[in-house]
Ligand binder design. Structure first.
Ligand SMILES: *Cc1c(COP(=O)(O)O)cnc(C)c1O
Length: 464
């Protein structure tokens, strides 16, 4: 039975003469089309062998499969999506999107040669970090600065440089796991630092650090518990107190603050998060944080602080392995320049801008989307609802921001079908399903997204 079906499968040569395939050859190379034909025939051969197909496979079926395979080969896997989830720093959706400034800089250094490691003043080799070090120093108030691939790399590099073979003293309340299985204790192991846990999950006192100082203490490490909150009977040691204790004993204090907030957003109605500048002002020897969380830039890890330590870190061979490329530096410089003026930053950096949208602005966005979708009302009913959005990226876990969502239902499609239709659209749209409806949070929508949502729904409707 199987063998008979296999024998009737159209041969490659015959496929190549089929009109649909001949059409493909107009715009594609023979080699590419041939590969796709072979793949399509193979697909049905396996389906027959696995008894998933039990009837003759027509030449048309194989040519359709060939077209599908070719389409897939020509579409990118990593692509734009519409963030309708309302989570501003959505780790699965690429965290922060960049400001126009940052994007333009990136295009420029991609398209042309640039002075990445060339000192234009002196006409000789320069440092790739020179382009941003002064900028970071002037924004944060730190004596020295360095960026590496991401914050996990920053923590690794700092501990490896300052604490290899020595003890890093950490509060038990701060042994955190960040998403993607980044665990502070595991990173410490890789760095060669020995973890000394002090205090308890909910309470750690200054004497816990003091009583655990030994000849072999390398650093005091403070980790910002950015993605969870412990409430109730809790106590934590203040950075400034740890700095005094560290200073007396010649032990550097390293603070991993995770989300690098450079602007105090409480004046825009958000909950207060400690800023990078404050940590420096309070005397932390080294501060590390991410570039693509609340800072709103590309993926990097910042290492800033006292010059003597930064210089040591720069000389570590690991620094070379963790270095950032020219695109990252271009995007970073473009982002950081906004911070020279705080008002510019919140206006031009999308992550900040989305977080501080006012209720009125959000309502206006929602009304606009509703109006846009209203012509599809014979299939989809659309209404505006109040809801909450999250910052995401492990930042501000206890903060819910009031927002407006577009609530979509249909008597023809289930909410699951609508969600899937959106998700599998050529520009995927990520939504939330909640109690029988599909929700699109307008907070994270961009100007260009409105048409995409309309087109996706319209196409879905046409298939009904
Ligand atoms: C997010 C985070 C990290 C990891 O940063 P990446 O840039 O994602 O590598 C490390 N520590 C803390 C406290 C964080 O919040």
């Amino acid at each position: 039975m199987n063998n008979e079906l296999l024998r009737t499968l159209t041969k490659v040569d015959e496929m190549m003469n089929h009109t649909d395939i001949v059409t493909l050859l107009r715009n594609n190379s023979r080699k590419l089309v041939l590969d796709c034909v072979r793949e399509a025939i193979n697909y049905y051969r396996n389906a027959i062998l696995e008894e998933k197909v039990k009837e003759n496979v027509s030449i048309k079926t194989i040519s359709n499969k060939t077209i599908e395979i070719l389409e897939r080969k020509k579409t990118l896997n990593l692509k734009r999506v519409v963030n309708g989830a309302g989570i501003v720093i959505h780790t699965n959706l690429g965290r922060s999107i960049l400001s126009n400034n940052a994007i333009e800089n990136m295009i420029n250094v991609s398209k042309y040669y640039n002075n990445l490691e060339y000192d234009l003043e002196k006409g000789k080799r320069g440092s790739r970090y020179a382009h941003i070090e002064e900028l970071i120093k002037s924004i944060t108030g730190a004596e020295g600065a360095l960026v590496v691939n991401n914050n996990a790399a920053a923590v690794l590099l700092v501990l490896n440089t300052l604490c290899e073979g020595k003890e890093a003293v950490v509060s038990r309340g701060q042994l955190v796991e960040i998403g993607g299985s980044f665990r502070i204790p595991e990173v410490m192991k890789f760095s060669g630092a020995k973890l000394v846990e002090v205090g308890t999950t909910n309470r750690t006192h200054l004497y816990d650090y003091r009583d655990n100082i030994s000849e072999n203490t390398g650093v005091f490490l403070k980790v910002h518990t950015s993605n969870f909150k412990i409430l109730g009977f809790t106590e934590d040691v203040k950075l400034e107190d740890l700095v005094v204790l560290g200073g007396k004993n010649n032990i550097p204090v390293v603070e991993d603050i995770g989300s690098g907030v450079l602007v105090d957003l409480s004046k825009y109605g958000l909950s207060y998060e400690p800023t990078v500048q404050e940590s420096i002002k309070k005397g932390a020897d080294i501060v590390t944080f991410s570039g693509d969380k609340m800072l709103g830039g590309p993926q990097v890890g910042f290492i800033i602080g006292k010059k003597e330590y930064i210089d040591k870190i720069k000389k570590n061979q690991l620094t070379r392995a963790l270095r950032v490329d020219k695109f990252t530096l271009a995007a970073l410089e473009g982002t950081l320049r906004h911070y020279l003026d705080e008002e510019e930053a919140v206006k031009h950096i999308p992550t900040l801008n989305m977080m501080i949208l006012t209720e009125e602005e959000l309502k206006r966005k929602a009304k606009r989307l509703k109006r846009k979708l209203s012509s599809l009302k014979n299939i989809f009913s659309v209404s505006i609802k109040e809801d909450n959005s999250m910052v995401g990226g492990g930042s501000m876990p206890a903060t819910c921001m009031k927002t407006y969502v577009i609530n979509i239902n249909s008597s023809i499609f289930s909410e699951k079908q609508i969600e899937e239709g959106f998700r599998k659209y050529k520009i995927p749209i990520i939504t939330r399903v909640y109690s029988g409806s599909v929700l699109i949070d307008v907070r994270t929508l961009l100007e260009e997204d409105y048409n995409v949502i309309y087109d996706a729904l319209k196409e879905m409707g046409e298939r009904a």
